[in-house]
Design a binder for this molecule. Structure first.
Ligand code: ZN
Length: 600
C-alpha cells in the first residue's frame, strides 16, 4: 500500500533516490565489506551500528533494530508519515507528484495538522521574499551597505540566501497576497501573536539568515537586529521542523569538507561561518548563538572524527568551552579547543589575519587534557583556598577519569598525568590512582545506565520448530524470490501463525504473486509500519548470511508439512477421543437407563 500514491510512482521515486546518497546526507558512511556502515541516528550510537546495503537498498541498525528502505529512513529521520516521505523524496529528485486531494488521512506524522513538508515550502518562500527585499525595498540599500562594510561579498549573500525583514506585518501581507494560509505561516514561527487577533511578523527590521538542514531545506531563520535597542540575534522558535539545540548553521555546506578532512570546526555566529567559507575554510559550522548541546555532539559525531571548538577567551567563554568539552567527552568525541586572540570573534580574525592563520589556530587547538591542565594550574595560582583548590582537582580528576573510560585518553598518558598531578597537589600517586579508579567505575555505570534506558524494540517471533520454519521461509524468499514457485504450491500466508511473520508473509506473497521478480525495496515500500519494515530487513539479512536457500526451504516446508500433519492428527484424535467419550458416555447412560432407547 502506498497510501495516496500509485505503486508505480512509489517505485519511481524509490529508484531515483539511492539509499546510500540519502543516508549520506545525514550520516557519514564508510565502506565495510559489501555494505556501508555509519553511526545510527536513531539511538545514541557509539560504534557504527547502522549498515546500509546499496544492492538491496535497505538500512538496518543492529543495536536498536531500526531498519527499512529509503522511505522508512526519511520517515523516521524527519518524523513524516509514509505519504509525506514519498513527497519529500520525490521533491528531492525533482519528480512532480500529482497532488492528492484530501490530505486528512495523508497526515498522520507527529501531529495530524502539521505537515513538515508544507512548513519547509513556506520557509522557502519566505527566504526568497526576504532576499528580494534586499534588492527591491528602499531599506535594502542601507542594509547592503552594511553587509559590504562587514566585508561579506555578493557571492556570499547569494550563497547563504541572506535577506531582509522589514516593518511589522510586511511578511504577513505578502503571504496573504500569495494565498498562503495564516495557519501555516503561524506553524513556521514566522509570525507572533494570537490567531484571530493581532498577528505580527516575528522578524522586524532584521538581516535574515535562513537556516537549512543537511538536505538544504529551509527549516528556520536567524535574524540580526539592524537597529539598536532590540536583541542582537533572534531565531525561529521551535517548530515541527526546527529545534535550535539540534541544528548547526552551515552543516549542509560544510558536511563534505568535514567528512573529507575528518574535522569539524564549531563557532558561534552566522557571520563567522559565512566568512570562514568565503575564505575557503569549508568545514566550519555554528551553534545558533546557543551553547554546545549534546544534540550538536550527536550530529557532528556522524560526520567528524574530531571537533575543534573555537571559544571566546573571556570567563563566560571558558565556562561554555568547558561544558562543551564535557558533552563531547561523554559522547566519545575527540575534541580540541582554540580561542581567537585579543578577544576578536572568528569573523574579524579571518578578515584581519586570513585563512592561513585561522588554520594555524585550529591546528594548534589544545586537547582536553591540556585545556583542563591549564584550568587546574590557573585556578591553583588564582585560588589559594582549600575549597577552591579541592574543587579544581575534583573537576580535573573527573575529566581524566571520563576520558580514560571513553578512550579519549590513552592509558599510557595516565602515568604521566598522575605523576604531574602528584607533584602539583602533593598527593601520593597511589592515592590519585585509587581515586581515578573509583571515578572510572562511576563513569562506566552512568554509561551503561543510559544504554539500558534506551528503548529496545522487541517483537515476539514465537518459538518452537514451527515458528522457526515460518521464519526460514521468509528469509529464503526475501533473498531468492524465484523459489516462491515452490512455496505457493504448498502453503499460503494463512498457514503462518506468528502474527508479525504472518503479516510479513501476506505482504511478501501478495507482491510475489503479481511480480515474481520484485526487489526487496519494493516489498519494503509496502510495509507501512516501521516494525514491519525493520523485521523484513532483519529477515533478509539473516537469510543472506545463512545462504543454502533451496535446502533450507525444503527443510522448512517439510517442518511445516509435519506440523500440519501433526495438527490434523491431533484434530482427528481429538474428534476420535470425543466420539469415543461420547460412545462410552452413551453406553454407560444407556446401561443405567435401559428405557431410554432414543439415545442408542
Ligand atoms: Zn540504532
Amino acid at each position: 500500500m502506498a497510501g495516496f500514491f500509485d505503486q508505480a510512482v512509489v517505485n519511481q521515486v524509490q529508484q531515483a533516490n539511492d539509499i546510500v546518497d540519502v543516508i549520506s546526507e545525514h550520516v557519514n558512511l564508510v565502506k565495510k565489506g559489501r555494505e556501508m556502515v555509519g553511526l545510527c541516528p536513531f539511538h545514541d550510537d557509539h560504534r557504527p551500528s547502522m549498515n546500509v546495503n546499496a544492492v538491496k537498498q535497505i538500512f538496518k541498525c543492529f543495536a536498536c533494530g531500526a531498519g527499512g528502505d529509503v522511505f522508512k529512513f526519511v520517515q523516521m529521520r524527519e518524523n513524516l508519515s509514509f505519504s509525506q516521505a514519498i513527497e519529500r523524496l520525490a521533491e528531492r529528485v525533482g519528480i512532480k507528484l500529482k497532488r492528492a486531494e484530501a490530505t486528512k488521512s495523508q497526515a498522520g506524522g507527529q501531529s495530524a495538522d502539521v505537515d513538515p513538508n508544507k512548513l519547509a515550502k513556506v520557509n522557502e518562500w519566505a527566504a526568497k521574499y526576504f532576499q528580494e527585499n534586499l534588492v527591491n525595498k528602499q531599506e535594502g540599500k542601507s542594509v547592503l551597505d552594511y553587509i559590504a562594510e562587514r566585508q561579506i561579498t555578493r557571492e556570499s549573500v547569494k550563497k547563504w540566501q541572506l535577506g531582509l525583514a522589514v516593518s511589522g506585518d510586511d511578511l504577513i501581507r505578502a503571504a496573504k497576497a500569495k494565498g498562503i494560509p495564516m495557519k501555516l505561516l503561524e506553524q513556521t514561527g514566522l509570525v507572533v501573536g494570537q490567531m484571530g487577533s493581532d498577528l505580527g511578523d516575528k522578524f522586524v527590521n532584521r538581516l535574515m539568515f535562513p537556516i537549512t538542514d543537511v538536505t538544504g531545506r529551509v527549516i528556520g531563520f536567524g535574524g540580526r537586529a539592524l537597529e539598536k535597542g532590540s536583541a542582537k540575534y533572534i531565531n525561529s522558535p521551535t517548530t515541527a521542523l526546527f529545534d535550535k539545540s539540534n541544528t548547526l548553521y552551515g552543516l549542509e555546506q560544510a558536511r563534505h569538507k568535514i567528512v573529507s578532512s575528518g574535522t569539524a570546526v564549531v563557532v558561534e555566529g552566522y557571520t563567522d561561518v559565512i566568512m570562514a567559507h568565503s575564505k575557503g575554510c569549508d568545514n566550519v559550522v555554528a551553534t545558533l548563538g546557543t551553547s554546545f548541546t549534546s544534540g550538536h555532539g550527536r550530529i557532528l559525531r556522524r560526520y567528524a572524527k574530531k571537533v575543534v571548538l573555537i571559544f571566546d577567551s573571556d570567563t563566560a567563554g571558558m565556562e561554555a568551552a568547558n561544558r562543551a568539552l564535557e558533552i563531547c567527552l561523554a559522547q566519545h568525541i575527540d575534541i580540541a579547543l582554540a580561542s581567537v586572540p585579543e578577544g576578536k570573534d572568528p569573523c574579524d580574525f579571518l578578515l584581519a589575519a586570513g585563512k592561513e592563520q585561522f588554520e594555524q589556530l585550529i591546528d594548534q587547538a589544545v586537547d582536553v587534557f591540556q585545556f583542563k591542565w591549564n584550568r587546574l594550574t590557573e585556578s591553583f595560582s588564582r585560588d589559594e583556598t582549600l575549597a577552591g583548590r579541592k574543587s579544581a582537582i575534583e573537576e580535573f580528576l573527573q575529566t581524566i577519569a571520563t576520558s580514560l573510560w571513553s578512550g579519549n585518553l590513552a592509558a599510557i598518558d595516565r602515568g604521566l598525568i598522575v605523576n604531574r598531578l602528584s607533584k602539583i597537589i602533593g598527593l601520593d600517586s597511589k592515592e590519585i590512582n585509587a581515586e581515578l579508579r573509583k571515578r572510572i567505575g562511576r563513569a562506566a555505570k552512568t554509561a551503561s545506565y543510559n544504554v539500558e534506558n534506551q528503548k529496545v524494540r522487541s517483537i515476539d517471533l514465537g518459538d518452537g520448530l514451527f515458528a522457526i520454519a515460518q521464519r526460514e521461509i521468509l528469509e529464503v524468499l526475501l533473498n531468492e524470490p524465484k523459489l516462491f514457485e515452490i512455496v505457493k504450491q504448498k502453503i499460503t500466508a494463512e498457514d503462518f501463525d506468528v502474527p508479525m511473520l504472518k503479516q510479513t508473509a501476506s505482504i511478501l506473497f501478495e507482491t510475489l504473486i503479481t511480480d515474481p521478480e520484485t526487489r526487496l525495496a519494493e516489498i519494503l515500500a509496502r510495509a507501512e509500519s516501521p516494525e514491519a519494515g525493520s523485521l523484513i530487513v532483519e529477515l533478509a539479512q539473516s537469510g543472506e548470511a545463512k545462504g543454502n536457500f533451496e535446502s533450507r526451504l525444503t527443510g522448512a516446508l517439510d517442518a511445516i508439512r509435519r506440523h500440519q500433519a501433526q495438527v490434523r492428527k491431533s484434530e482427528i484424535k481429538a474428534t476420535e477421543d470425543q466420539t469415543q467419550f461420547l460412545r462410552c458416555f452413551l453406553e454407560n447412560t444407556g446401561k443405567q437407563n435401559p428405557r431410554n432407547v432414543g439415545m442408542t
